[in-house]
Ligand binder design. Sequence first.
Ligand SMILES: *Cc1c(COP(=O)(O)O)cnc(C)c1O
Length: 383
Amino acid sequence: MKDLKQDLQQRKQQGLYRSRKILQSPQGREIILDDKRVLNFCSNDYLGLANHPDVINSFTKATRQFGVGSGAAHLVNGHTQSHHALEEELAEFTGYPRALLFSTGYMANLGTAQSLCSKGDSIIEDKLNHASLLDAATISGAQLKRYIHKDYNSLLNKLKGCTSGEKLVSSDSVFSMDGDEADISIMVNHCHSHDARLMLDDAHGFGVLGEHGRGSLNHQQISTTDVSIYMATLGKALGTAGAFIAGSDELIETLIQTARCYIYTTAMPAAVAQATRTSLQLLVKENWRQLSLTNNIQYFKKLINQTDLNLLESNTAIQPVIIGDSQMAINISQKMFDKGFHIAAIRPPTVPKNTSRLRITLRADHTEEDIEKLVVSLTASVN
Ligand SMILES: *Cc1c(COP(=O)(O)O)cnc(C)c1O
């Protein structure tokens, strides 16, 4: 039996120990963490919808109509009219024939791969894909092949190496720890010429990129007919919880019949679905949040590029500053916390060895002054 105590001790010594801070406020530009008021530079609530009054109102109203728990799986009697309406609205918003809700993005990815692939098939993934996509391949029983990050010749070689079985290519469309974007049109071409299905995980593009936040396909001017499986989460820009898969009628029906993470789990609360419908309406009605976020990203990049900090190339709200050593990354994150800024240090195995980083995420409601103060403090803390 392995010695858990010793393993944990070793983790600490390597600067890889993870611990949780306690949040004592809603998500926002400013939060209270561990009794301290700090500027929030690491939430995925990019648009500030997690604490929007209209979203809260829809949630509480729905709890009076449907209660709190949904009480059963979708296929039993947990699938309310709110879930159903949200699925129809998500399909329309993304431009796909159908959409299917999952309780989390992790489960949407696992369920889809397991439903479509099994032993003898191949799942081909970008090396820097989110852990849930990698785990999805494992749970499906298919062979996992990983290509060099955004190296589409490497993808092509992997595709050529598949001589039998189904081929599923999956990728983050915005890479969650790096903030850079997949080149979807090249992926579409390679998948098309090799009879492979393409799945994109748009957790960090949906709600943020494209017109009114319609997502990465809209942003990169890709037709939905070219990407057979589109996944996005609701717990990030939409400010609620859960996720969905969008695709053809046949895809969605197949998932309903066979995706174990869909069938054998309790439906998300109806109130979450109802709150998400309101977030979606806000996206359709107003786009000032996306515009403000875009301005903040530009402003942050402009300021940071005048320093000697090592910023990864990204045009999205995810702006990682590479530190390298894990312990150093934690120390800087702690120093920043003491100065009133919350920025998480991201370390292996979430990111490759020696690329520990401060993963800064920007929000629509950050002010220029917030960003100026961040860059000044960060420069002082790193040097
Ligand atoms: C957050 C995330 C997920 C998981 O979604 P949850 O709803 O949080 O389980 C999947 N893929 C990517 C790229 C993510 O960033």
